[in-house]
Ligand binder design. Structure first.
Ligand SMILES: [Ca+2]
Length: 219
């Protein structure tokens, strides 16, 4: 099987690089097998699911050094899954910073027992003399400025207050996957703030929305 050139399914085709020549796979069937924005307080088949009302919106959270997962059963025949999650990164995440007590602040997305995204986020200020870089939208380790790729920034702090804020991201990943009996979709973090009396208040995350598409191509 070839290597996926794009993480995103933007059209009806998925492009592969096969040796020196490119070919095109055509999408034959695409089914949204899961969609949840938590407005109906639906936590069916969740592990560690819990709800939070924040800014008049029901979301799942808030999490700190935790894993949350949803398991789906009896999927239609497919050879790809497109995973989408909209997440809030709350308060003072430190990105790649590795000073022994503040980071790195990792965030992961995966299926079954496999990580498909391993990255870091930073809500730090960024000036020429001081900048705590983040890996997102790339995998760890890359040096991107804080909040790169966010769809909203400077939303209110969830817990810490002061100058801290919340950033919203839409994280998407297209993966090869064909097992139909079940799939366990998870998100988790590894946050580090050992100098804080309440690390969860210092940095945490929540989930606004999850969507999973099952895609069948002609390959
Ligand atoms: Ca930290």
């Amino acid at each position: 099987m070839g290597k996926i050139l794009s993480n995103f399914l933007r059209s009806s085709s998925i492009f592969f690089l096969l040796g020196a020549s490119a070919c095109v796979e055509t999408v034959e069937n695409q089914v949204q097998v899961y969609s949840n924005n938590f407005s109906k307080a639906d936590l069916a088949n969740f592990e560690n699911g819990r709800l939070l009302i924040w800014r008049n919106d029901t979301i799942a959270g808030w999490y700190h050094n935790e894993e949350v997962a949803v398991t789906l059963y009896d999927l239609p025949k497919h050879n790809y899954l497109k995973l989408t999650a909209e997440i809030f990164i709350h308060d003072s995440w430190d990105g790649n910073w590795n000073d022994g007590y503040s980071g790195p602040d990792y965030w992961f997305m995966g299926i079954d027992s496999m990580d498909v995204i391993r990255t870091t986020f930073s809500n730090s200020p960024c000036e020429s003399s001081y900048c705590l870089y983040q890996s997102y939208p790339n995998e760890f380790f890359r040096q991107n400025v804080p909040k790169t790729g966010a769809i909203e920034t400077n939303l209110p702090s969830l817990c810490l207050g002061g100058q801290t804020s919340t950033s919203r991201y839409r994280v998407e990943k297209l993966i090869e996957h064909s097992k139909v009996d079940s799939v366990r979709f998870f998100m988790r973090d590894e946050l580090k703030q050992s100098n804080s009396s309440w690390p969860k208040c210092d940095e945490s995350w929540s989930i606004a929305k999850i969507s999973i598409l099952a895609i069948q191509t002609n390959s």
